[in-house]
Design a protein around this ligand. Structure first.
Ligand code: GLU
Length: 418
């Protein structure tokens, strides 16, 4: 019997890089450098729990590449995170920043923990100690964290405060995605969803979708999923299905999002919402909708279910929601994909605006932020689209080709030290 060899998250990321390197004809020397991460720091640190006991947690901060500027990327709190996954996500951040033209390299951090099982007090101690352990890498000119799965503006405020205490003064530009009260940016919370919304509307125009009211299904009702659903419904789409980790709800006539939000606030989950039928996460992905937004976790659309997807357009809200084997299946079926690398880049774009505002100590109004976000993300969309059409490759490969070329140019022109 053949032994099944599972490809790890980092190997998948490398495969995607290899495919892009092939498209742009990158030299072997350049490939060797960019296939690996630059720095990987593993930390084990104790935290005193509320019951008086001590638990030793493991965390990481990985920088993939810093040729184009400081390392940038979120911090994830999740029980199943591994160094391999953090390396893959750090590499993705390098390409994401380059794809939308931000002067950053890519990084990612994580702590293996379940934030839902920790009290606020425990989370604060864990965050401050983790920030201290990785502080040798951090700083406004070196590496700037932001929220990711399981972390939020409060987490960023604690990290900012910890770094500031070590420095003896407030270092607001040391993290992004902070609360507005401590140098955060207007519009940052909704930014990933807003970016996804702008791109979805642009793609519907490009695809000449003539549905009277385009429908959409959203998998994952976290920060990205919720704001994408709300903003696209404000733009005239009909949200027919949403789900969270416990399952989904479906109503072909459209969901009342305000009532759903009320239900979620009270019950802590969307399941059990009346005026809709219950469906599983798998069923949601296969619904006959115009737009599908997988905004939950990685590897949701795979070789097993890609052929069953009926959406005309997929806006990949969650990083790596589509597994590499699913890409060609979707491409051949004519499903248009806005890949993660640009679909959720609204977050890091407004993070960049936040960092610029902090460095200047001069703050912009939300309208200005949204206008600038629209400009940056739409320009990136058309650059990627032109590459995709000209080279006859799918949108993801086109985005990677552009991004890898930019990073390779920076690496080459800087040369090898010493
Ligand atoms: N964690 C988000 C991402 O994966 C945001 C990163 C940032 O703003 O630096 O893109």
């Amino acid at each position: 019997m053949a032994v099944e060899t599972r490809v790890t998250a980092f190997q998948s990321a490398q495969q995607r890089f290899d495919a892009a390197a092939e498209v742009i004809g990158l030299s072997d020397d350049a490939r060797r450098g960019l296939r690996e991460v630059k720095r990987e720091l593993t930390v084990h640190f104790p935290v005193r729990l509320d019951n008086g006991g001590v638990h030793v947690f493991t965390g990481w901060r990985v920088q993939h590449n810093i040729s184009r500027g400081p390392a940038k990327g979120g911090i994830r709190y999740h029980p199943l995170v591994t160094l391999d996954l953090v390396k893959a996500l750090a590499m993705l951040m390098t390409w994401k920043c380059a794809a939308v033209g931000l002067p950053y390299g890519g990084a990612k951090g994580a702590v293996a923990c379940d934030p839902l099982k920790l009290s606020q007090n425990e989370l604060e101690h864990l965050t401050r100690r983790y920030a201290t352990e990785i502080a040798i890498l951090l700083g406004p000119e070196k590496d700037i964290p932001a929220p990711d799965m399981g972390t939020n503006p409060q987490t960023m405020a604690w990290i900012m405060d910890t770094i500031s205490m070590h420095s003896g003064h407030s270092v607001t530009a040391s993290v992004t995605g902070k609360p507005v009260d401590v140098g955060g940016s207007e519009g940052r919370v909704d930014a990933p969803g807003r970016g996804a919304t702008y791109l979805t509307l642009e793609a519907l125009k490009y695809l000449h979708v003539e549905d009277e009211i385009p429908t959409m299904a959203v998998q994952g009702y976290g920060q990205v999923g919720r704001s994408t659903a709300r903003l696209l419904s404000e733009a005239g789409l009909r949200v027919v299905a949403v789900s969270d980790s416990k399952g989904g709800v479906y109503n072909p006539k459209g969901l009342d999002l305000a009532a759903l939000e009320e239900h979620r606030q009270v019950r802590g989950s969307i399941s059990g919402f009346k005026k809709a039928e219950n469906i599983t996460n798998e069923e949601l992905l296969e619904l006959p909708v115009t737009v599908l937004v997988p905004a939950a976790v990685q590897d949701q659309i795979t070789a097993d279910n890609a052929a069953k997807i009926r959406a005309r357009l997929i806006t990949e809200g969650a990083n790596a929601a589509i597994a590499p084997e699913a890409d060609p299946i979707l491409h051949e079926a004519g499903t248009f994909v806005i890949p993660d690398i640009i679909a959720n880049a609204g977050g890091v774009i407004v993070s960049y605006f936040e960092w610029v505002q902090d460095l200047q100590a001069f703050f912009w109004e939300e309208e200005e932020i949204n206008t600038k976000l629209h400009h940056v993300i739409t320009r990136a969309f058309y650059e990627i689209l032109h590459t995709s059409v000209n080279k006859r490759i799918d949108m993801r490969l086109a985005a990677y080709a552009l991004a890898v070329q930019r990073v390779a140019n920076a690496t080459t022109v800087r040369g090898i030290y010493p």
